[in-house]
Design a protein around this ligand. Structure first.
Ligand code: UD1
Ligand code: CA
Length: 512
């Protein structure tokens, strides 16, 4: 096939019926903006046809043009501005004014219909080239044709006209064959007719669909290609249609995964984006969201209600319920959660374990290390087989800048440790529970960084007795009675003898 076909996606409209300020084609379904689904299919078609035969893809933009253009660019499609937006016929006219001269055929696609399959588009192109028709229309037989343009066929089966919902005559209301909005046009036949379109319709727009009757009047041939699945032409005009299309895209993705040996529990409760890949024998429990470029290895298990965004999991990873994993990597055999939060480049290496209520940010947790309870690791490196005790916190932020914490291999971090960064803990070191570590710890050392404990014998019993006496007297309020307490500063409490000496000194000063 010669290099002559251009794909033109119409995406300039506002989408008034969605009652939203956002352009319709930017609304998301199945994890992507509507326009992105259409452009993905267009890219697949270009690959299937062979790049040599397709000149390229262009998107007609108008409402929120800049944002739609950005999405188009990520798919290598060009953008053509239509300003103002005067209808689908006007949009194609704008495209023709800009497309390279060598383009001889156009495949026109609506940007608000994300369900088209490549095979149907290929069949349409084939129908046009086999018949040599000026236009070929992709149509569908629908039980509920409401809202779509209807296909009016002549006696020989040729397409005579497309009549929009608002203009249907009484005898056309029963027509079930609808216009999908996808057409293949011969450019030379189409171009002169766009200037002859009128705006005598309820929307005062130039309808592309009116071209069909004009072609027929000029004695040109128009053929139809009926889509195998009438569901795939579904377009989005209303919020209800957006929800329907979303459910269909989700189901398609779920079915594709299940066909590859993935087990999904209650897939209707899950949201799995189109680019997500999952290895066989992996189980995804209910309510799970897998978003963006998330990749799961084989034999993983993702617990209920966990959300993974751009997460890369090796084989045999277990994510327990209610975890949030963002832009992070989990090595083979890692277990995480429940209720864990891994984000911004958490790198959990093979066999490591992250437990409940643990947050890990921009940190490497090396092979076999453990942080199992109530911990924050930020800007940290945790060495191999190191044990991070419950309630450990890296104090990585001083109010201005972030600082690193480096913990070597085989370290034992006692529970309730605070590591004030920047700080380094040497290999094999041992940190006493409750320590606030501010200095580097040498390898194999024991670090104790906390106040010493003092036990005051009989203190509690004496207090209870005094309270009881006060209550018995009744005339004295209970709060006025204090047990023998140390000085206000509390220093005396830790060293009772020194405290007594201090009191003696104070007494003698007063006497002087
Ligand atoms: C259109 C068809 C209808 C078909 C249906 C299939 C016309 C007149 N009608 O109706 O026969 O059954 O699609 O989905 O074509 N757009 C522009 N510029 C404009 C107007 C629209 O780029 O000036 C874009 C929209 O952004 C949208 C697409 O064209 O992506 C279709 O427009 P829309 O208004 O949704 O047409 P429908 O009423 O659905
Ligand atoms: Ca539409």
């Amino acid at each position: 096939m010669p290099a002559e076909l251009a794909l033109v996606v119409l995406a300039a409209g506002k989408g008034t019926r969605l009652k939203s300020a956002r352009a319709k084609v930017l609304h998301q379904a199945g994890g992507l903006p509507l326009i992105a689904h259409v452009l993905r299919t267009a890219a697949q078609l270009r690959r299937a046809q062979g790049r040599g035969s397709v000149m390229g893809a262009w998107v007609v933009v108008g409402h929120q043009a800049e944002r739609v253009r950005q999405v188009a660019e990520t798919f290598g499609a060009g953008a053509i501005l239509q300003q103002p937006q005067l209808g689908t016929g006007h949009a194609v006219g704008r495209a023709l004014a800009v497309l390279p001269r060598s383009v001889a055929r156009l495949l026109v696609l609506p940007g608000d219909a994300p369900l088209f399959q490549v095979e149907s588009l290929q069949a349409l192109l084939q129908t046009q080239s086999n018949s040599g028709a000026a236009a070929a229309v992709l149509t569908a037989q629908r039980d509920d044709p409401h809202g779509y343009g209807r296909i009016v066929r002549g006696l020989s089966g040729e397409v005579e006209a497309i009549v929009e919902q608002g203009a249907l005559a009484a005898d056309e209301r029963g027509l079930r064959e609808v216009n999908s909005g996808v057409y293949c046009f011969d450019r030379a036949q189409l171009a002169p007719l766009l200037g002859r379109l009128g705006r005598q319709n309820i929307h005062r727009e130039y309808y592309l669909t009116d071209v069909i009757a004009l072609l027929r009047r000029g004695g040109q041939k128009v053929v139809a290609c009926v889509a195998a699945d009438p569901g795939e032409i579904l377009g989005v005009n209303t919020p209800a249609e957006l929800a329907r299309v979303d459910a269909i895209l989700r189901r398609r993705k779920a079915e594709a995964l299940m066909n590859c040996g993935v087990t999904l529990y209650q897939p209707e409760t899950q949201a799995i984006d189109p680019d997500v890949s999952i290895g066989s024998d992996t189980i995804v429990e209910r309510g799970v969201e897998l978003r963006g470029s998330t990749r799961l290895g084989r034999r993983c298990r993702i617990g209920a209600f966990s959300i993974l965004v751009n997460a890369h999991l090796a084989d045999d990873v277990t994510v327990r319920p209610h975890c949030l994993v963002l832009n992070s990597r989990l090595g083979a055999g890692v277990t995480v959660g429940p209720f864990a939060h891994l984000r911004d480049g958490a790198d959990i290496r093979a066999g490591a374990r992250i437990g409940n209520y643990v947050e890990v940010k921009k940190s490497v947790v090396r092979e076999g290390a453990k942080a199992l309870h109530l911990t924050y690791l930020g800007d940290a490196t945790v060495g191999r087989k190191t044990n991070v005790g419950a309630g450990t916190i890296t104090c990585n932020y001083d109010g201005q800048a972030k600082h690193p914490t480096t913990i070597a291999d085989d370290v034992f971090v006692g529970s309730g440790t605070e590591l004030v960064a920047p700080v380094k803990v040497g290999r094999g070191a041992y940190i006493a529970a409750g320590s606030t570590v501010t200095d580097n710890i040498p390898a194999n050392a024991l670090a104790i960084a906390r106040g010493r404990q003092v036990n005051k014998r009989g203190w509690a019993r004496n207090r209870r007795r005094m309270l009881a006496t006060a209550k018995a007297r009744k005339d004295e309020p209970a709060v006025a009675v204090r047990p023998a307490t140390p000085s206000k500063s509390g220093r005396g409490a830790r060293h009772p003898r020194r405290g007594r000496r201090r009191q003696a000194r104070r007494r003698s000063r007063r006497r002087r």
